[in-house]
Design a protein around this ligand. Structure first.
Ligand SMILES: C[S@@+](CC[C@H](N)C(=O)[O-])C[C@H]1O[C@@H](n2cnc3c(N)ncnc32)[C@H](O)[C@@H]1O
Length: 260
């Protein structure tokens, strides 16, 4: 799965939302300690910075060096490149040993992982009792009924270019295996639904599309989903280039703990 986010790494930083501060407060309120957190698939640190408000140290890892090269610095966040070749024991050593991690966050990334392998590692690393794994994704941006009719059509055209793993994100993590005990913030088969509000210009929306793996892979295969005509139609429905819209990303979270 390496490379899905390399080419659009800079656009990714400009276009992607960070997450509401209350999310981190509600997660931090449920972990027994607040010394170490691990943000996996950190990208540019979109979640790592929020986690750092509540934990003494955050280790933020990604398989993409390109994504990490645009990561947002923070005194309590240590960014580490973890190539796919790293062994489970090497990952445990990086975290300072088993049973030490209070919170593991995976923001819009767990559907790219080898799930059995990742869950086994997460169970070794989480503090027992009291450590929590939280994964979330967003899969749709609500702008206005008219705009969303056009963007839905575009999304349907893009479907052949998305990797099979994105099916979990498209169904709002309803079918994502999640073998952890519920902490009241979504559980296997029933994710917690959340909203992410963001103020956006049309340019930001376009960058958001371009930063997604489906649109990037269509472009790589020589298919221009975003022709001038399509962009014009979207921009006009948006309200023009200078119109700031408050949009809502529809998000889905699963959080859980291990007892033994
Ligand atoms: C959609 S981005 C999410 C970035 C960020 N967490 C956010 O909230 O915007 C997915 C990230 O997962 C990373 N990734 C994919 N597979 C990975 C793996 N096996 N281990 C670590 N990171 C991985 C990608 O390189 C990419 O940066």
């Amino acid at each position: 799965m390496a490379g899905q986010f390399d080419k659009q790494a800079e656009t990714y930083l400009q276009a992607r939302p960070t997450y509401p501060g209350e999310w981190y407060s509600m997660l931090a309120a449920r972990t027994s300690h607040h010394s170490l957190a691990w943000d996996v698939g950190t990208g540019n640190g979109q979640a790592a910075l929020g986690v750092a408000e509540h934990y003494e140290q955050v280790i933020a890892t990604d398989i993409s060096e390109a994504q990490l090269s645009f990561a947002m610095p923070h005194p309590r966040v240590r960014y580490v490149h973890t190539p796919e070749s790293m062994s489970e024991d090497e990952m445990v050593a990086l975290m300072g040993g088993e049973n030490r991690v209070d919170l593991i966050t995976v923001a819009i990334a767990v559907h790219w992982f080898d799930l059995p392998k990742f869950y086994k590692l997460a169970k070794r690393l989480l503090r027992k009792p009291g450590g929590i794994l939280a994964v979330w994704t967003y899969n749709n941006m609500i702008v206005s009924p008219e705009f969303n009719t056009i963007s839905k059509r575009l999304h349907e055209k893009s479907l052949p270019f998305w990797h099979a793993n994105t099916k979990y994100a498209f169904d709002g993590y309803r079918s994502l295996p999640f073998p952890f005990e519920s902490v009241g913030l979504g559980h296997e088969g029933e994710p917690l639904q959340l909203d992410i509000p963001k103020e956006l210009l049309f340019e930001g929306y376009l960058k958001f599309l371009k930063s997604s793996s489906g649109f990037a892979s269509a472009k790589e295969q020589g298919v221009d989903l975003l022709s001038e005509e399509v962009i014009k139609e979207l921009e006009s429905s948006w309200g023009g280039p200078n119109k700031v819209r408050t949009v809502t990303y529809k998000a889905f979270m699963l959080a859980g703990t291990v007892t033994e």
